[in-house]
Design a protein around this ligand. Structure first.
Ligand code: ADP
Ligand code: MG
Length: 614
């Protein structure tokens, strides 16, 4: 017994008996199918403050001591809990990945985020048996580190002690399942669209195979460092890796955005404003001039329709997919960035992103992980339950194009490659932007061909907007004014930031910025959207339903007679329903009214006109 173990042994045993007796009995019954005792950190704190503090500072020793104590507890059943683990959950030391510093090394911490990569589960040797080829004796060497250890002290056989040769005996060695994961900051925790950071995780035994990319988790464990190797030796830099002790799954509706009761009051107050609709729409990208229809549609996308789970087990998505197609330099990218900022969970990416996973997901052989196959979730997986804004979609990879069909409609991504079969979730709304292949959009050419996307894929978008850059002196002057004004306001804003507390300055700046400032500030808008999506599930009134059906059937009739670029199918009806529901959600209303239906039809008509159905 080590010093720490004997010091804490009595206390730990008493803790287990007082707090976890039933759980231990259950573990003993199920062992070895169940191998972990899950301990709530707050229980340790309640039991003994000193012990809980010691645990955070010296987790390695304390976990060993706890597992030793667990093994020695007298059980009513005949069981040896030799390989049982003590797994601690709900640790208070929640640290964001970008705040990890060397002071956290060897401490017990909790990291929250989304799983981005997961390798295959593979055995790792923990105790290697070396057979001495001279005397036949088996020498065991514990394998605790990353590097394979050989019997340096020589054969332990009586009167032998020779330095080999040895032969490793697999059948007498001990192995454990091991899996490497990569966790990444969740989109809702990123401020201002910054790039997410990630951390490597080592998991073993019964923790393996438990998560897939896209899962939201809290991982509790010990932060370790691993020395980097250079071509000609070792580096003075170390990489961080978290040795997982326990994994907590966050439920799918988990919402990180904290909405206080004051926020809620403000949200409800806003929702009662008869002008709420206009206020929300004008708070979408106020620094972009014009595009009222598009901003309206983007607002609806933020609020989203309602998911429907049908009795036969199938599911109709509530997420609204929108595509912006058009000439370069007309603020498509800007609109995308704005939506990401307003979405409670937004992910921005480009179709030509270099990562292997691309937009959907990939199984790659990752040399970082000793050449093991690794599943990596792409943007649509990481945007699960949010909005994925994909710029330059025309430049996306061919594999992504085919995977997108499933990702957009079923909202899952299936991988079957090299013996790996996995299904990842991608329950997000897609906001795409594409530039036409030949630089400028030609309104007499087919849309699908110009942005090199198959019509079947285009038909999965609820709305497609075509933006043309036609010189118009009047409009150009207005845009120019607007742009210069927002630049000027931006500068003043920066100055104001540098001079907090100067009221004279503030008043002056406020006056100058009138046009550009959103009516509803982004922070409260994000909360408003999150609140609506979580609490409001509108149902359609009869006259709204009749109105939509009439519009749809008429559309089918005209669609048939013309050669439309995007066929009018039942998908359009579903899209109309989603948009109307989103429209009701804007005022936090549980009923979709005729007005919502009419608004939806107006937006849809404008869109169809652009793509050439009229
Ligand atoms: P795109 O992605 O369509 O090629 P960008 O989003 O990169 O275009 O826009 C190019 C620049 O032009 C941006 O700085 C944007 O703010 C500006 N811009 C273009 N149209 C407008 C507009 N209607 N209002 C304000 N700024 C605009
Ligand atoms: Mg662009």
């Amino acid at each position: 017994m080590t010093e720490t173990e004997s010091k804490w042994d009595e206390k730990l045993k008493r803790f287990f008996k007082d707090y976890y007796w039933n759980e231990i009995l259950q573990l003993a019954n199920e062992y070895p199918d169940q191998r972990s005792l899950s301990v709530d950190f707050t229980d340790i704190e309640k039991f003994d403050r000193e012990l809980s503090k010691e645990f955070l500072d010296h987790p390695e020793e304390l976990i060993k001591a706890a597992e030793a104590a667990l093994r020695e507890i007298d059980l009513p059943v005949e069981k040896n809990l030799e390989e049982a683990h003590v797994r601690v959950i709900k640790t208070p030391n929640r640290i964001s990945i970008r705040e990890l510093r060397s002071k956290h090394l060897s401490r017990f911490i909790a990291i929250e985020g989304m799983i981005r990569k997961a390798t295959e589960v593979r055995p790792r040797i923990t105790k290697a048996a070396f057979e001495c080829l001279r005397c036949g004796y088996l020498t065991f060497v514990d394998q605790n580190s990353f590097k394979f250890e050989e019997p340096f002290a020589g054969c332990e056989g009586e009167n032998c002690g020779k330095k080999g040769p040895f032969k490793i005996r697999i059948e007498d060695s001990t192995f454990i399942d091991a899996q490497k994961l990569q966790i990444q900051e969740s989109p809702e925790n990123l401020k201002g669209g910054s790039q997410p950071q990630s951390l490597e995780i080592d998991s073993e035994d019964d923790l393996t195979g438990d998560v897939t990319p896209g899962d939201r988790v809290i991982i509790n464990g010990i932060l370790k460092s691993r020395q980097r190797t250079l071509k000609d030796g070792k580096s003075t830099f170390y990489d961080l890796v978290l040795e997982a002790n326990s994994i907590e799954h966050l439920d799918k509706d988990y919402d990180e955005l904290e909405i206080t009761s004051e926020d809620e009051e403000e949200i409800l107050e806003l929702s009662r404003d008869p002008e709420i609709y206009g206020k929300i729409v004008s708070s979408v990208a106020p620094s972009i001039y014009g595009y009222e229809d598009i901003k309206e549609a983007l607002a609806l996308q933020l609020f989203s329709g309602v998911v429907k789970n049908l009795p036969d087990g199938s599911r109709i998505r509530g997420d609204i997919h929108i595509m912006l197609v058009g000439d370069p330099g007309i603020a498509k990218s800007q609109l995308l960035r704005y939506v990401v900022k307003l979405s409670p969970r937004g992910v921005f990416t480009s179709g030509r992103s270099a990562s292997a996973s691309g937009l959907t997901a990939a199984a790659v052989k990752d040399d970082l992980n000793d050449g093991r196959w690794t599943i990596e979730g792409g943007a649509l997986v990481m945007a699960d339950m949010g909005i994925a804004a994909v710029d330059e979609m025309d430049k996306m990879k061919t594999e992504d194009k085919s995977a997108l069909h499933e990702a957009m409609e079923q909202q899952t991504i299936s991988i079957a490659k090299a013996g790996i079969i996995a299904t990842l979730k991608s329950r997000c709304a897609l906001l795409g932007a594409a530039n036409p292949k030949y630089g400028r959009f030609d309104r007499y050419e087919g849309l699908a061909e110009q942005i090199s996307m198959p019509p079947a894929l285009l038909s999965r978008f609820d709305l497609i907007f075509v933006l043309l850059d036609t010189p118009d002196h009047n409009l150009d002057t207005k845009i120019a004014n607007h742009i210069l004004q927002s630049h000027y306001a931006g500068e003043l804003f920066e100055q104001r930031e540098k001079l907090p507390g100067s009221h004279i300055k503030e008043d002056f700046v406020e006056a100058e910025m009138e046009v550009i400032e959103p009516v509803i500030q982004p922070e409260i808008m994000r909360k408003y959207v999150a609140y609506a999506r979580k609490n409001v599930f509108p149902v359609m009134e009869e006259d709204a339903r009749a109105h939509l059906i009439k519009f749809y059937t008429d559309l089918r009739k005209t669609g048939e007679s013309k050669n439309t670029p995007v066929p009018v199918t039942a998908r359009q009806l579903e899209a109309l329903v989603r948009l109307s529901e989103a429209s009701a959600r804007v005022r936090l209303s549980n009923t979709v009214t005729l007005d919502d239906a009419k608004r939806t039809i107006r937006i849809t008509m404008n869109c169809l006109k652009n793509v050439g159905v009229d």
